[in-house]
Design a protein around this ligand. Structure first.
Ligand code: BGC
Length: 254
């Protein structure tokens, strides 16, 4: 069964149909530049255009880089502040005409890694962390997601952790891999102190380059790179919408 997965990022909004048995994209990914400012209506138009591009009529899963509870966006660390309190799920349903589930981007990436990637078959406490514009987190206990953990906003050295250790900070401050890893280690230390994970999955685009910095990472729990890289958000979004697909199937047979 295919579900359209959409991943909303700061620079691009990407989508592709996903085969849920294999966790693979069944058509080439389509990317549209994130509008500026990325207001709810402007983003909703892009989501509508993506659904139209694939001529999509079925369920859609969509990520959002903020707290999302029952479709409503409740934070805006790296997105337009006008999103707070908006029901993104209803808004995107209107521009796509399709049943749609909206969820946090790191939660989606974590779902994908647990099902098809580095977390497959892992029990206990698994912490997925994504390093990009911000730091996202997805906490799994025996495979069950605890949504919206927002651990990129833990305080390290009196600052929001993501403003010290996100991948963006490495670029902006021109830190070398070793300097950046030192910041990551402080952050991982905090995560370990509070959660004692059994496994840490290191995600975000930068995980592709793990060969350049994993040797500097220090933690009690094993740290493994994510394996789905840029596709994790799309695949995880589609996974999250799986229940919509079964509801539709039930409705068709009634
Ligand atoms: C947001 C999270 C998001 C993460 C990664 C953080 O700034 O608060 O909701 O998961 O960035 O995009």
């Amino acid at each position: 069964m295919d579900i359209l997965g959409i991943d909303i990022g700061g620079s691009g909004i990407k989508g592709a149909p996903v085969n849920l048995e294999r966790g693979e994209l069944t058509q080439p990914r389509h990317r549209i530049v994130t509008p500026e400012p990325a207001t709810p209506d402007a983003v909703a138009d892009v989501i509508g255009a993506l659904a139209h591009h694939f001529d999509w009529r079925g369920p859609i899963g969509c990520t959002f880089p903020a707290v999302v509870q029952r479709g409503i966006v409740w934070s805006a660390a790296n997105v337009d502040k006008s999103w707070i309190g908006v029901d993104g799920q209803v808004l995107f349903h209107r521009t796509t005409g399709c049943p749609l589930v909206l969820l946090n981007d790191a939660d989606a990436a974590g779902l994908a890694e647990m099902e098809f990637g580095a977390g497959q078959g892992q029990s206990g406490v698994v912490m997925m962390l994504t390093f990009g514009t911000g730091i996202g987190s997805a906490l799994f206990i025996n495979g069950q997601l605890v949504p919206n953990t927002e651990l990129g906003h833990l305080e390290v050295r009196g600052k929001d952790a993501e403003t010290r250790a996100a991948a963006r900070v490495r670029d902006e401050k021109g830190l070398d891999w070793k300097q950046w890893s030192k910041r990551i280690n402080e952050y991982l230390g905090m995560i370990e102190k509070l959660f004692s994970p059994d496994l840490i999955i290191f995600g975000g685009g930068v995980s592709k380059e793990h060969g350049k910095f994993f040797q500097y990472l220090e933690s009690r729990a094993p740290v493994v790179p994510a394996v789905l890289f840029n596709e994790a958000g799309i695949v995880g979004a589609a996974l999250a919408a799986r229940s919509l697909a079964s509801e539709q199937a039930v409705a068709l047979h009634q």
